[in-house]
Design a protein around this ligand. Sequence first.
Ligand code: DI6
Ligand code: FE
Length: 408
Amino acid sequence: MWDRLWTGARLATMEQGETPYGAIENGALGVEDGRIVYCGPQDDLPGAPDSLAREIHRLDGRWITPGLIDCHTHLVHGGDRAGEFEMRLEGASYEELLKAGGGILSTVRATREASLESLVATALPRLDALLAEGVTTIEIKSGYGLDVATETRMLRAARRLGALRPVSVVTTFLGAHALPPEFADRADAYIDLMCGSALPAVAGEGLADAVDVFCEKIAFNLEQTERVFRAAQAAGLPVKLHAEQLSDMGGALLAARYGALSCDHLEFISRDGAAAMAKAGTVAVMLPGAFYFLRDTNVPPIAMLREAGVPMAVSTDCNPGSSPATSLLLMLNMAATLFRMTPEEALAGVTREAARALGVQDHRGTLKQGKAADLAIWDIARPAELSYRIGFNPLYGAVKAGEIVERT
Ligand code: DI6
Ligand code: FE
């Protein structure tokens, strides 16, 4: 007997094939021991529903999609930047604020002062907002500690969140996010510390699943980025990159050479960068919340990325400075409206391609027999509604590893 079976469902499997969204009308989905054991037409079930599963849920035509995956967040951090938001509205730029010791560095101060418990407690409401929209997997970065102790504490907080809620947490070490004040004008010495102490420490404790760098004029250059990538390789960790957000640094080319899981932002990516990413299978992670909140005008070249065959994901970039966003559904709308991604691309961007961006595509991201039973069930008539509405949440229910998620 299976544990649960959903009948009368429409399935957006997001498997690539003949039908848009990999859709199956009049479908059924069965789960056992946390995995999908059946996903297909109801008529092809190997028996009467009641004979197959202990629990039957009739969905009356509601849609099931894979549980959503938010593949790029800075969810764990101290404080907020509402004051800086007001300053930006009065004309200060994002770069100016950072150069003046604010921006990311003001969050670094607040995060260094925060205990593990406080980091967890302040992140929980943000996590709960995402879970309420059917998120079942989330990536969380460090990068507001910029010292060994605080970077480690951030990653511990991220892991703790995964134990407190029905969500898989994938962690990323982003020690090279900004230059802390005590290393002013000594960026290379700071990279030495990250590569020599911080990265081996977090890798040794199993606290990081991947390594990221902010490669930008206001952050770290290509050579420093490459040193971090080499240290990641030595620690056996995959890499990803904040690349070409504010300028074209050539980060995507470098990341592709290191087989990066993803390059994120990409407002200024070149054609060569896109071609290299396509070849390496590196995912382009689109972050329309940051584009919107910084009132950016350089739309990432979606048509070029699509043409080059680069897989595209979509994420909140949830962070206090450039994207205080805790709605992945809103990002779908922005990806479509601001970036001209199709609703199908946008949904693939928070399921199949987001899984690829985290290197978990073998287990998550589509509805397929053998994959984790992470599901989102929606009160919608067609999948495009998920990116069509603004500020409306049609989630009917969520399932994590086969278990029904209690609504909080
Ligand atoms: N790019 C981003 O969008 C975030 N970090 C990064 O490298 C923003 C971080 C912040 O402003 O706090
Ligand atoms: Fe980011």
